[in-house]
Design a protein around this ligand. Sequence first.
Ligand SMILES: [Zn+2]
Length: 202
Amino acid sequence: MSRTLFTSRAGGDLKLSRNREALRTSLDLPVLHFMKQTHSDTVLVVDEAGEDFECDALITQSKGVGLAALAADCMPITFSAAQWVGVAHVGRLGFTSGIAGKTVAMMRELGAGDIKATIGPSICGTCYEVSPEMYQEISERYPAARTSDSLHALDLQRGVTIELETQGVEVRNLKICTLENPQYFSFRRGAEAARQAGLISL
Ligand SMILES: [Zn+2]
């Protein structure tokens, strides 16, 4: 049985180590792993050891080891299966590099059966406006992320949902838009560099 949690502004800026430690303690987790996220497609398998992994997705089968993905408009996505849990940070670059699907592929390679994913608070398909050129390029490659040519906003939540469903993953989207909900940090709303997180543990 896994435990999933998405924090909000009330959890404080999780870029700060004191807030990370307070969160770990409040969840009674012996270990809570964070990542040095670089919008990469790197997925790492971890146990209790190590810290600040350079990657954008983590998976583990170690009980009591929490995994966290920081975000403030990008999608924090959690993954759960019988013996495995995973977490991914998926923004535009992570989406186009397929990191969500790679996380699922690695979990399956390691023996995970049915996988469920939850898409946490992130910018929605109405709010994520990009340049018309970028919209054109990405929506041609990923029709599921298309909204309308006049709006030229990308629906990455839907894009990743379709990507994962195609791989047989059951997807739940919390459908919370970070830009529209002030109780969440949003990179686009202001200059704040603060982050909330999606967390999961076995
Ligand atoms: Zn929105």
